[in-house]
Design a protein around this ligand. Structure first.
Ligand code: GLC
Length: 561
Protein backbone atom coordinates (compact mmCIF):
# COMPACT_ATOMS: atom_id res chain seq x y z
CA UNK A 1 0.00 0.00 0.00
CA UNK A 2 1.29 3.41 -0.82
CA UNK A 3 1.81 6.03 1.81
CA UNK A 4 0.91 9.03 -0.31
CA UNK A 5 -1.79 11.21 1.19
CA UNK A 6 -4.05 10.97 -1.81
CA UNK A 7 -4.24 7.19 -1.65
CA UNK A 8 -5.66 4.88 0.96
CA UNK A 9 -8.89 4.95 2.92
CA UNK A 10 -7.59 7.38 5.51
CA UNK A 11 -6.82 10.19 3.07
CA UNK A 12 -9.94 12.21 3.71
CA UNK A 13 -10.48 11.63 7.41
CA UNK A 14 -10.10 13.74 10.49
CA UNK A 15 -8.57 11.99 13.48
CA UNK A 16 -9.51 12.51 17.11
CA UNK A 17 -7.48 11.41 20.10
CA UNK A 18 -9.34 9.92 23.04
CA UNK A 19 -7.58 9.67 26.39
CA UNK A 20 -9.71 6.75 27.64
CA UNK A 21 -9.16 7.35 31.34
CA UNK A 22 -10.76 10.76 31.02
CA UNK A 23 -13.36 10.51 28.29
CA UNK A 24 -16.48 8.90 29.75
CA UNK A 25 -16.95 6.74 32.84
CA UNK A 26 -19.81 4.37 32.01
CA UNK A 27 -19.45 2.00 34.99
CA UNK A 28 -19.15 4.71 37.65
CA UNK A 29 -15.75 3.78 39.10
CA UNK A 30 -14.25 7.24 38.52
CA UNK A 31 -12.22 6.19 35.45
CA UNK A 32 -13.27 6.42 31.83
CA UNK A 33 -13.78 3.13 30.00
CA UNK A 34 -14.43 1.49 26.64
CA UNK A 35 -18.19 1.34 27.13
CA UNK A 36 -18.07 5.07 27.82
CA UNK A 37 -16.27 5.68 24.53
CA UNK A 38 -18.78 3.51 22.65
CA UNK A 39 -21.62 5.52 24.17
CA UNK A 40 -20.11 8.74 22.76
CA UNK A 41 -19.44 7.62 19.19
CA UNK A 42 -22.43 9.58 17.96
CA UNK A 43 -20.95 12.74 19.44
CA UNK A 44 -17.73 12.11 17.49
CA UNK A 45 -19.67 11.34 14.34
CA UNK A 46 -21.59 14.59 14.74
CA UNK A 47 -18.31 16.47 14.87
CA UNK A 48 -17.19 14.75 11.66
CA UNK A 49 -14.45 12.48 12.99
CA UNK A 50 -13.40 9.51 10.82
CA UNK A 51 -10.57 8.04 12.91
CA UNK A 52 -10.27 7.67 16.66
CA UNK A 53 -6.89 7.06 18.31
CA UNK A 54 -7.16 5.55 21.76
CA UNK A 55 -4.31 6.13 24.18
CA UNK A 56 -3.40 2.74 25.71
CA UNK A 57 -6.14 0.52 27.17
CA UNK A 58 -4.00 -2.61 27.58
CA UNK A 59 -3.39 -4.21 30.94
CA UNK A 60 -1.14 -1.88 32.89
CA UNK A 61 -0.11 -0.91 36.42
CA UNK A 62 -0.72 2.72 35.25
CA UNK A 63 2.63 4.05 36.33
CA UNK A 64 2.63 6.21 33.18
CA UNK A 65 -1.09 6.32 32.42
CA UNK A 66 -1.07 3.00 30.57
CA UNK A 67 2.13 3.61 28.57
CA UNK A 68 3.55 0.84 30.77
CA UNK A 69 1.99 -2.35 29.47
CA UNK A 70 1.96 -5.63 31.37
CA UNK A 71 -0.12 -7.59 28.84
CA UNK A 72 -0.23 -6.54 25.20
CA UNK A 73 -3.11 -8.82 24.33
CA UNK A 74 -5.57 -7.95 27.06
CA UNK A 75 -7.62 -4.94 28.15
CA UNK A 76 -7.06 -3.45 31.59
CA UNK A 77 -10.06 -4.07 33.88
CA UNK A 78 -10.17 -0.31 34.51
CA UNK A 79 -11.31 0.08 30.91
CA UNK A 80 -13.43 -3.06 30.59
CA UNK A 81 -12.62 -6.29 28.77
CA UNK A 82 -12.03 -7.70 25.29
CA UNK A 83 -15.77 -7.99 24.64
CA UNK A 84 -16.05 -4.23 25.25
CA UNK A 85 -13.24 -3.65 22.79
CA UNK A 86 -14.93 -5.82 20.18
CA UNK A 87 -18.16 -3.94 20.77
CA UNK A 88 -16.39 -0.60 20.33
CA UNK A 89 -14.86 -1.80 17.05
CA UNK A 90 -18.22 -3.04 15.79
CA UNK A 91 -20.12 0.11 16.78
CA UNK A 92 -17.42 2.33 15.29
CA UNK A 93 -17.58 0.35 12.06
CA UNK A 94 -21.32 0.97 11.82
CA UNK A 95 -20.58 4.68 11.90
CA UNK A 96 -17.65 4.43 9.51
CA UNK A 97 -15.16 5.40 12.21
CA UNK A 98 -11.83 3.56 12.31
CA UNK A 99 -10.15 2.83 15.62
CA UNK A 100 -6.40 3.15 16.13
CA UNK A 101 -4.72 1.75 19.21
CA UNK A 102 -1.50 2.97 20.74
CA UNK A 103 1.42 0.69 19.99
CA UNK A 104 3.92 1.03 22.83
CA UNK A 105 6.89 -1.16 21.99
CA UNK A 106 9.97 0.81 22.96
CA UNK A 107 9.32 -0.47 26.47
CA UNK A 108 6.81 -2.48 28.47
CA UNK A 109 5.99 -2.61 32.18
CA UNK A 110 8.30 -4.09 34.80
CA UNK A 111 5.21 -6.13 35.75
CA UNK A 112 5.06 -7.76 32.31
CA UNK A 113 5.63 -11.54 32.67
CA UNK A 114 8.63 -11.26 30.31
CA UNK A 115 10.38 -8.87 32.67
CA UNK A 116 9.36 -10.78 35.76
CA UNK A 117 10.87 -13.94 34.30
CA UNK A 118 13.97 -12.04 33.22
CA UNK A 119 14.47 -10.90 36.81
CA UNK A 120 14.05 -14.40 38.20
CA UNK A 121 16.06 -16.18 35.51
CA UNK A 122 18.93 -14.11 34.10
CA UNK A 123 19.69 -16.85 31.56
CA UNK A 124 16.15 -17.13 30.22
CA UNK A 125 15.12 -16.20 26.68
CA UNK A 126 13.08 -13.35 28.18
CA UNK A 127 16.13 -11.78 29.83
CA UNK A 128 17.40 -11.23 26.29
CA UNK A 129 14.31 -9.12 25.50
CA UNK A 130 15.67 -6.33 27.71
CA UNK A 131 18.82 -4.28 28.18
CA UNK A 132 20.52 -5.85 31.17
CA UNK A 133 24.12 -5.07 31.99
CA UNK A 134 26.60 -6.05 34.69
CA UNK A 135 28.34 -2.99 36.04
CA UNK A 136 30.38 -3.10 39.25
CA UNK A 137 30.92 0.69 39.52
CA UNK A 138 27.38 2.02 39.38
CA UNK A 139 25.14 2.56 36.35
CA UNK A 140 26.65 1.39 33.03
CA UNK A 141 26.57 4.95 31.62
CA UNK A 142 25.46 8.46 32.59
CA UNK A 143 22.28 8.72 30.51
CA UNK A 144 19.44 10.60 32.16
CA UNK A 145 16.02 9.07 31.66
CA UNK A 146 13.32 11.24 30.10
CA UNK A 147 11.40 11.32 33.37
CA UNK A 148 14.48 12.31 35.39
CA UNK A 149 17.20 10.33 37.20
CA UNK A 150 19.49 7.67 35.77
CA UNK A 151 18.26 5.61 32.82
CA UNK A 152 19.52 2.51 34.68
CA UNK A 153 18.01 0.71 37.63
CA UNK A 154 19.87 -1.72 39.83
CA UNK A 155 18.22 -5.09 40.46
CA UNK A 156 20.71 -6.42 42.98
CA UNK A 157 24.46 -6.98 42.85
CA UNK A 158 26.04 -5.48 39.75
CA UNK A 159 22.99 -6.06 37.56
CA UNK A 160 21.18 -3.10 35.95
CA UNK A 161 18.50 -2.65 33.30
CA UNK A 162 17.88 0.29 31.02
CA UNK A 163 14.74 2.43 31.08
CA UNK A 164 14.58 5.59 28.97
CA UNK A 165 11.30 6.54 30.67
CA UNK A 166 10.30 5.53 34.22
CA UNK A 167 11.99 2.68 36.05
CA UNK A 168 8.71 0.81 35.72
CA UNK A 169 9.14 0.96 31.91
CA UNK A 170 12.10 -1.28 31.02
CA UNK A 171 13.28 -0.79 27.43
CA UNK A 172 12.82 -3.68 25.04
CA UNK A 173 15.90 -4.87 23.21
CA UNK A 174 15.09 -4.73 19.51
CA UNK A 175 18.48 -6.18 18.63
CA UNK A 176 16.99 -9.51 19.69
CA UNK A 177 15.14 -11.22 16.78
CA UNK A 178 13.02 -13.32 19.16
CA UNK A 179 11.70 -10.18 20.83
CA UNK A 180 10.96 -8.65 17.43
CA UNK A 181 8.97 -11.74 16.48
CA UNK A 182 6.88 -11.47 19.66
CA UNK A 183 6.06 -7.87 18.74
CA UNK A 184 5.19 -8.80 15.17
CA UNK A 185 2.83 -11.53 16.39
CA UNK A 186 1.16 -9.13 18.79
CA UNK A 187 0.66 -6.45 16.13
CA UNK A 188 -0.96 -9.00 13.85
CA UNK A 189 -3.23 -10.20 16.66
CA UNK A 190 -4.73 -6.70 16.84
CA UNK A 191 -4.85 -6.05 13.12
CA UNK A 192 -6.67 -9.35 12.66
CA UNK A 193 -9.38 -7.97 14.93
CA UNK A 194 -10.12 -5.28 12.38
CA UNK A 195 -8.28 -2.37 13.90
CA UNK A 196 -7.77 0.63 11.60
CA UNK A 197 -4.13 0.83 12.60
CA UNK A 198 -1.86 2.28 15.25
CA UNK A 199 -0.41 5.42 16.70
CA UNK A 200 3.10 4.27 17.46
CA UNK A 201 4.65 5.47 20.69
CA UNK A 202 8.24 6.66 21.14
CA UNK A 203 9.25 4.53 18.16
CA UNK A 204 12.36 6.56 17.29
CA UNK A 205 13.99 5.29 20.46
CA UNK A 206 14.08 1.55 19.71
CA UNK A 207 17.69 1.64 18.49
CA UNK A 208 20.37 2.60 20.99
CA UNK A 209 23.79 3.89 20.04
CA UNK A 210 26.37 1.15 19.60
CA UNK A 211 28.38 0.60 22.77
CA UNK A 212 25.95 2.66 24.91
CA UNK A 213 28.59 5.37 25.46
CA UNK A 214 28.48 7.94 28.28
CA UNK A 215 28.47 11.59 27.27
CA UNK A 216 29.56 14.96 28.65
CA UNK A 217 27.31 15.99 31.56
CA UNK A 218 24.70 18.63 30.70
CA UNK A 219 23.31 19.26 34.20
CA UNK A 220 24.35 19.45 37.85
CA UNK A 221 23.47 15.75 38.26
CA UNK A 222 26.45 14.72 36.12
CA UNK A 223 24.18 13.04 33.61
CA UNK A 224 23.43 13.64 29.95
CA UNK A 225 20.02 13.65 28.25
CA UNK A 226 19.57 10.30 26.50
CA UNK A 227 18.17 11.79 23.27
CA UNK A 228 21.44 12.04 21.38
CA UNK A 229 22.16 8.36 22.05
CA UNK A 230 18.76 6.84 21.58
CA UNK A 231 16.77 8.86 19.07
CA UNK A 232 16.67 7.96 15.40
CA UNK A 233 20.02 6.21 15.75
CA UNK A 234 21.60 4.89 12.59
CA UNK A 235 20.44 1.35 11.88
CA UNK A 236 16.89 1.90 13.13
CA UNK A 237 15.63 1.46 9.56
CA UNK A 238 16.31 -2.27 9.63
CA UNK A 239 13.91 -2.77 12.54
CA UNK A 240 11.26 -0.45 11.15
CA UNK A 241 11.35 -1.97 7.68
CA UNK A 242 10.98 -5.45 9.09
CA UNK A 243 8.07 -4.33 11.27
CA UNK A 244 6.34 -2.75 8.30
CA UNK A 245 6.88 -5.70 5.98
CA UNK A 246 5.81 -8.31 8.51
CA UNK A 247 2.75 -6.46 9.78
CA UNK A 248 1.37 -3.20 8.36
CA UNK A 249 2.02 -4.03 4.70
CA UNK A 250 -0.22 -7.06 4.97
CA UNK A 251 -3.22 -5.01 6.10
CA UNK A 252 -5.03 -1.90 4.89
CA UNK A 253 -4.03 -0.04 8.02
CA UNK A 254 -2.78 3.43 8.83
CA UNK A 255 0.25 4.00 11.02
CA UNK A 256 0.99 7.30 12.74
CA UNK A 257 4.42 7.52 14.28
CA UNK A 258 5.45 9.52 17.29
CA UNK A 259 8.86 10.26 15.83
CA UNK A 260 10.03 13.57 17.20
CA UNK A 261 13.44 14.76 16.16
CA UNK A 262 13.64 13.19 12.70
CA UNK A 263 15.33 15.81 10.50
CA UNK A 264 13.48 16.98 7.37
CA UNK A 265 16.13 15.30 5.19
CA UNK A 266 15.16 11.92 6.61
CA UNK A 267 11.39 12.31 6.28
CA UNK A 268 11.52 10.26 3.12
CA UNK A 269 12.62 7.18 5.09
CA UNK A 270 9.74 7.60 7.50
CA UNK A 271 6.81 8.73 5.36
CA UNK A 272 8.00 8.63 1.75
CA UNK A 273 6.48 6.27 -0.81
CA UNK A 274 8.31 3.32 0.76
CA UNK A 275 8.49 4.85 4.23
CA UNK A 276 8.17 2.94 7.47
CA UNK A 277 4.84 4.63 8.34
CA UNK A 278 1.78 6.15 6.68
CA UNK A 279 2.31 9.42 8.50
CA UNK A 280 4.04 10.91 11.54
CA UNK A 281 3.28 13.73 13.92
CA UNK A 282 4.88 17.04 13.12
CA UNK A 283 6.43 18.15 16.40
CA UNK A 284 8.39 20.99 14.83
CA UNK A 285 5.97 23.68 16.01
CA UNK A 286 4.20 21.86 18.85
CA UNK A 287 5.79 23.84 21.63
CA UNK A 288 7.44 27.22 21.56
CA UNK A 289 9.62 26.61 24.59
CA UNK A 290 12.57 24.39 25.17
CA UNK A 291 13.11 23.49 28.77
CA UNK A 292 16.45 22.08 29.73
CA UNK A 293 16.50 19.68 32.65
CA UNK A 294 13.47 21.27 34.36
CA UNK A 295 10.53 23.55 33.65
CA UNK A 296 12.06 26.43 35.57
CA UNK A 297 14.84 26.59 33.00
CA UNK A 298 12.31 27.14 30.18
CA UNK A 299 12.24 30.42 28.35
CA UNK A 300 8.94 32.18 28.91
CA UNK A 301 6.73 31.04 26.03
CA UNK A 302 5.24 34.48 25.56
CA UNK A 303 8.61 35.91 24.84
CA UNK A 304 9.45 33.13 22.48
CA UNK A 305 11.04 33.81 19.14
CA UNK A 306 7.90 33.92 17.02
CA UNK A 307 9.77 34.30 13.73
CA UNK A 308 11.94 31.25 14.38
CA UNK A 309 8.92 29.21 15.40
CA UNK A 310 6.99 30.29 12.31
CA UNK A 311 9.94 29.55 10.03
CA UNK A 312 10.22 26.04 11.49
CA UNK A 313 6.57 25.42 10.77
CA UNK A 314 6.93 26.67 7.20
CA UNK A 315 10.11 24.67 6.60
CA UNK A 316 8.45 21.54 7.85
CA UNK A 317 5.44 22.04 5.58
CA UNK A 318 7.61 22.74 2.55
CA UNK A 319 9.73 19.62 3.13
CA UNK A 320 6.86 17.32 4.03
CA UNK A 321 4.57 18.11 1.12
CA UNK A 322 7.22 16.93 -1.33
CA UNK A 323 7.48 13.59 0.41
CA UNK A 324 4.29 12.39 2.04
CA UNK A 325 1.73 13.25 4.61
CA UNK A 326 2.48 14.68 8.04
CA UNK A 327 0.06 14.50 10.95
CA UNK A 328 -0.70 17.99 12.24
CA UNK A 329 -1.80 18.79 15.78
CA UNK A 330 -1.65 21.47 18.46
CA UNK A 331 -2.74 19.42 21.48
CA UNK A 332 -2.35 15.91 22.83
CA UNK A 333 -2.15 14.14 26.20
CA UNK A 334 1.46 15.22 26.72
CA UNK A 335 0.98 18.99 26.63
CA UNK A 336 -0.96 21.70 28.40
CA UNK A 337 -3.85 23.14 26.38
CA UNK A 338 -2.78 25.00 23.24
CA UNK A 339 -3.87 28.50 24.20
CA UNK A 340 -1.63 28.15 27.25
CA UNK A 341 1.34 27.48 25.02
CA UNK A 342 0.87 30.23 22.49
CA UNK A 343 -1.15 33.09 23.94
CA UNK A 344 -0.84 35.10 27.19
CA UNK A 345 -3.49 34.20 29.74
CA UNK A 346 -5.15 37.62 29.71
CA UNK A 347 -6.12 37.07 26.07
CA UNK A 348 -7.62 33.57 26.34
CA UNK A 349 -11.14 33.34 24.92
CA UNK A 350 -13.05 31.05 22.55
CA UNK A 351 -12.04 33.19 19.54
CA UNK A 352 -8.37 32.57 20.32
CA UNK A 353 -9.07 28.83 20.40
CA UNK A 354 -10.70 29.12 17.00
CA UNK A 355 -7.73 30.98 15.56
CA UNK A 356 -5.29 28.36 16.84
CA UNK A 357 -7.45 25.64 15.31
CA UNK A 358 -7.60 27.48 12.01
CA UNK A 359 -3.84 27.92 12.02
CA UNK A 360 -3.06 24.21 11.78
CA UNK A 361 -6.24 22.69 10.38
CA UNK A 362 -5.70 23.79 6.79
CA UNK A 363 -2.00 22.98 6.68
CA UNK A 364 -0.87 20.18 4.41
CA UNK A 365 -1.33 16.95 6.36
CA UNK A 366 -3.78 14.96 8.41
CA UNK A 367 -5.22 16.91 11.35
CA UNK A 368 -5.61 15.37 14.78
CA UNK A 369 -7.92 16.88 17.39
CA UNK A 370 -7.34 16.11 21.05
CA UNK A 371 -10.42 15.54 23.22
CA UNK A 372 -11.77 18.79 24.62
CA UNK A 373 -9.93 20.94 22.08
CA UNK A 374 -13.22 21.21 20.19
CA UNK A 375 -14.82 22.66 23.33
CA UNK A 376 -12.10 25.26 23.77
CA UNK A 377 -10.88 23.73 27.01
CA UNK A 378 -8.19 25.57 28.94
CA UNK A 379 -5.82 24.43 31.69
CA UNK A 380 -7.70 23.56 34.91
CA UNK A 381 -5.60 25.85 37.17
CA UNK A 382 -4.12 23.21 39.49
CA UNK A 383 -3.19 24.60 42.90
CA UNK A 384 -1.73 21.59 44.70
CA UNK A 385 0.65 18.79 43.76
CA UNK A 386 -1.91 16.45 45.36
CA UNK A 387 -4.14 17.11 42.35
CA UNK A 388 -1.48 15.66 40.04
CA UNK A 389 -1.19 12.02 38.97
CA UNK A 390 1.34 12.35 36.14
CA UNK A 391 4.74 10.83 36.83
CA UNK A 392 6.58 13.35 34.68
CA UNK A 393 4.98 16.35 36.44
CA UNK A 394 5.94 14.93 39.83
CA UNK A 395 9.52 14.57 38.66
CA UNK A 396 9.63 18.15 37.41
CA UNK A 397 8.20 19.29 40.73
CA UNK A 398 10.92 17.45 42.65
CA UNK A 399 13.63 18.82 40.39
CA UNK A 400 12.35 22.36 40.88
CA UNK A 401 12.38 21.97 44.67
CA UNK A 402 15.85 20.42 44.58
CA UNK A 403 17.05 23.42 42.56
CA UNK A 404 15.82 25.75 45.33
CA UNK A 405 12.36 26.84 44.17
CA UNK A 406 9.66 27.28 46.81
CA UNK A 407 6.72 24.83 46.71
CA UNK A 408 4.49 27.69 45.50
CA UNK A 409 6.84 28.53 42.63
CA UNK A 410 7.23 24.87 41.72
CA UNK A 411 3.45 24.44 41.74
CA UNK A 412 2.96 27.47 39.53
CA UNK A 413 5.16 25.77 36.93
CA UNK A 414 3.24 22.51 37.24
CA UNK A 415 -0.05 24.33 36.75
CA UNK A 416 1.35 25.78 33.59
CA UNK A 417 3.22 22.90 31.99
CA UNK A 418 1.80 19.67 33.44
CA UNK A 419 0.56 16.95 31.09
CA UNK A 420 -2.38 16.50 33.48
CA UNK A 421 -3.73 19.83 32.22
CA UNK A 422 -5.03 17.92 29.23
CA UNK A 423 -6.01 14.82 31.19
CA UNK A 424 -8.79 16.05 33.47
CA UNK A 425 -12.19 14.44 32.83
CA UNK A 426 -14.04 15.45 29.69
CA UNK A 427 -16.99 17.71 30.66
CA UNK A 428 -20.14 16.40 29.01
CA UNK A 429 -22.66 18.68 30.73
CA UNK A 430 -23.13 20.93 33.76
CA UNK A 431 -24.22 18.20 36.18
CA UNK A 432 -22.00 16.99 39.03
CA UNK A 433 -18.62 15.72 37.71
CA UNK A 434 -19.48 17.37 34.40
CA UNK A 435 -21.41 14.21 33.56
CA UNK A 436 -18.12 12.31 33.23
CA UNK A 437 -18.79 10.06 36.23
CA UNK A 438 -22.14 9.65 37.95
CA UNK A 439 -22.93 11.99 40.85
CA UNK A 440 -21.36 10.95 44.15
CA UNK A 441 -18.32 9.33 42.50
CA UNK A 442 -14.87 10.96 42.76
CA UNK A 443 -13.17 10.89 39.35
CA UNK A 444 -9.52 9.79 39.21
CA UNK A 445 -8.45 13.35 38.39
CA UNK A 446 -10.31 16.49 39.42
CA UNK A 447 -13.02 17.90 37.20
CA UNK A 448 -12.23 21.15 35.37
CA UNK A 449 -13.41 24.14 37.46
CA UNK A 450 -15.18 25.63 34.40
CA UNK A 451 -17.27 22.54 33.63
CA UNK A 452 -20.54 24.33 34.31
CA UNK A 453 -19.99 26.65 31.38
CA UNK A 454 -17.49 24.80 29.19
CA UNK A 455 -19.01 21.41 28.39
CA UNK A 456 -20.16 19.44 25.38
CA UNK A 457 -23.86 20.01 25.96
CA UNK A 458 -23.52 23.79 26.15
CA UNK A 459 -20.99 23.95 23.34
CA UNK A 460 -22.92 21.85 20.85
CA UNK A 461 -26.01 24.00 21.43
CA UNK A 462 -24.22 27.13 20.20
CA UNK A 463 -24.12 28.17 16.55
CA UNK A 464 -20.96 30.17 16.98
CA UNK A 465 -19.00 28.18 19.56
CA UNK A 466 -15.63 26.45 19.22
CA UNK A 467 -17.38 23.14 18.46
CA UNK A 468 -19.32 24.68 15.57
CA UNK A 469 -16.08 26.20 14.28
CA UNK A 470 -14.30 22.81 14.31
CA UNK A 471 -17.30 21.20 12.67
CA UNK A 472 -17.15 23.77 9.92
CA UNK A 473 -13.39 23.30 9.45
CA UNK A 474 -13.99 19.56 9.12
CA UNK A 475 -16.76 20.12 6.62
CA UNK A 476 -14.54 22.43 4.60
CA UNK A 477 -11.72 19.88 4.64
CA UNK A 478 -13.76 16.83 3.80
CA UNK A 479 -16.85 17.57 1.73
CA UNK A 480 -16.91 21.22 0.64
CA UNK A 481 -15.92 22.74 -2.69
CA UNK A 482 -12.54 23.44 -1.04
CA UNK A 483 -11.90 19.85 0.07
CA UNK A 484 -9.59 18.94 -2.79
CA UNK A 485 -7.59 22.13 -2.30
CA UNK A 486 -7.24 21.70 1.45
CA UNK A 487 -6.29 18.05 1.19
CA UNK A 488 -3.89 18.10 -1.71
CA UNK A 489 -3.16 21.72 -2.55
CA UNK A 490 0.38 23.05 -2.47
CA UNK A 491 1.41 24.95 0.64
CA UNK A 492 3.23 28.27 0.24
CA UNK A 493 4.06 30.81 2.95
CA UNK A 494 3.07 34.42 2.27
CA UNK A 495 3.59 37.84 3.88
CA UNK A 496 6.76 36.72 5.64
CA UNK A 497 7.72 40.28 6.45
CA UNK A 498 4.71 40.66 8.78
CA UNK A 499 5.28 40.22 12.50
CA UNK A 500 3.14 37.89 14.63
CA UNK A 501 1.42 36.40 11.62
CA UNK A 502 1.05 32.88 10.28
CA UNK A 503 -0.06 33.18 6.67
CA UNK A 504 -0.07 30.70 3.84
CA UNK A 505 -1.83 29.72 0.68
CA UNK A 506 -2.96 26.29 -0.45
CA UNK A 507 -3.34 25.86 -4.16
CA UNK A 508 -5.21 22.99 -5.75
CA UNK A 509 -8.19 23.37 -8.03
CA UNK A 510 -8.81 26.59 -6.09
CA UNK A 511 -6.54 28.76 -3.99
CA UNK A 512 -7.22 29.64 -0.40
CA UNK A 513 -5.23 31.90 1.89
CA UNK A 514 -5.13 31.40 5.65
CA UNK A 515 -4.10 34.37 7.83
CA UNK A 516 -3.78 34.04 11.60
CA UNK A 517 -2.77 36.99 13.70
CA UNK A 518 -1.02 36.48 17.03
CA UNK A 519 -1.07 40.23 17.74
CA UNK A 520 -3.18 41.57 20.59
CA UNK A 521 -4.24 44.65 18.64
CA UNK A 522 -5.94 45.16 15.27
CA UNK A 523 -3.72 45.55 12.21
CA UNK A 524 -3.97 46.14 8.50
CA UNK A 525 -2.52 43.66 6.05
CA UNK A 526 -1.95 44.49 2.40
CA UNK A 527 -2.93 41.37 0.54
CA UNK A 528 -0.75 40.31 -2.39
CA UNK A 529 -3.85 39.07 -4.24
CA UNK A 530 -7.52 39.78 -4.67
CA UNK A 531 -9.86 38.28 -2.08
CA UNK A 532 -12.80 36.60 -3.82
CA UNK A 533 -14.64 35.30 -0.81
CA UNK A 534 -14.38 34.86 2.96
CA UNK A 535 -14.39 31.10 3.57
CA UNK A 536 -14.05 31.14 7.35
CA UNK A 537 -13.23 33.62 10.11
CA UNK A 538 -12.69 33.22 13.84
CA UNK A 539 -14.53 36.49 14.52
CA UNK A 540 -17.51 37.32 12.34
CA UNK A 541 -16.46 40.84 11.48
CA UNK A 542 -14.13 40.76 8.46
CA UNK A 543 -13.18 44.07 6.88
CA UNK A 544 -11.63 44.05 3.45
CA UNK A 545 -11.15 47.32 1.65
CA UNK A 546 -9.67 46.85 -1.81
CA UNK A 547 -6.64 44.73 -1.04
CA UNK A 548 -6.37 45.81 2.60
CA UNK A 549 -7.57 43.30 5.17
CA UNK A 550 -8.07 44.43 8.76
CA UNK A 551 -7.25 41.62 11.14
CA UNK A 552 -8.71 42.00 14.62
CA UNK A 553 -6.64 40.89 17.66
CA UNK A 554 -5.90 37.15 17.37
CA UNK A 555 -8.24 36.84 14.41
CA UNK A 556 -7.94 34.20 11.73
CA UNK A 557 -9.42 34.64 8.29
CA UNK A 558 -9.48 32.10 5.47
CA UNK A 559 -10.09 33.56 2.03
CA UNK A 560 -10.62 32.21 -1.42
CA UNK A 561 -8.26 34.20 -3.60
C1 GLC B 1 5.05 8.95 24.58
C2 GLC B 1 3.68 9.17 25.16
C3 GLC B 1 3.80 9.62 26.58
C4 GLC B 1 4.53 8.54 27.36
C5 GLC B 1 5.86 8.18 26.71
C6 GLC B 1 6.41 6.90 27.26
O1 GLC B 1 5.77 10.11 24.47
O2 GLC B 1 2.96 10.07 24.37
O3 GLC B 1 2.58 9.89 27.18
O4 GLC B 1 4.76 8.97 28.67
O5 GLC B 1 5.74 7.98 25.32
O6 GLC B 1 5.66 5.81 26.80
Amino acid sequence: MSNAINKGWWKNRIAYQVYPRSFCDANGDGTGDLKGITSKLDYLKELGVGIVWLSPVYRSPMDDGGYDISDYEDIDPLFGNMADMDELLAEAKKRDIKILMDLVVNHCSDEHPWFQKALREPDSEEAGYFWFAESPDGPPNNWRSMFGGSAWENVGGDRYYMHLFSKKQPDLNWENPKLRQRIIDMVRFWLDKGLGGFRIDAIVHIKKMEGLPSGPADGPDGMVGCYAYTRNVEGIGKFLTELREQTFDKYECVTVAEAAGVPNEQLVDYIGEKGYFSTMFDFSYSEPYNYGHGWHTAKDPYEWDFDAWRDTLYASQLSTQKIGCGATFIENHDYPRACQKFVPEKDHCPEVQKMLGNMYFFLFGMPFIYQGQELGMTNPRFTSIDQIDDISTKNHYRTALADGLSPEEAMRLCARYSRDNARVPFPWDDSENGGFSPAGVTPWLCVHPDYKTVNAKAETAKNDGVFAFYKEMIRLRTVSEYAETIQNGTFAPILQGEKQLIAYTRTGDKTIAVLCSFADSAREIVLPFEAKKVVLASKDEVKIDGNVLTLLPYQSVTLEV
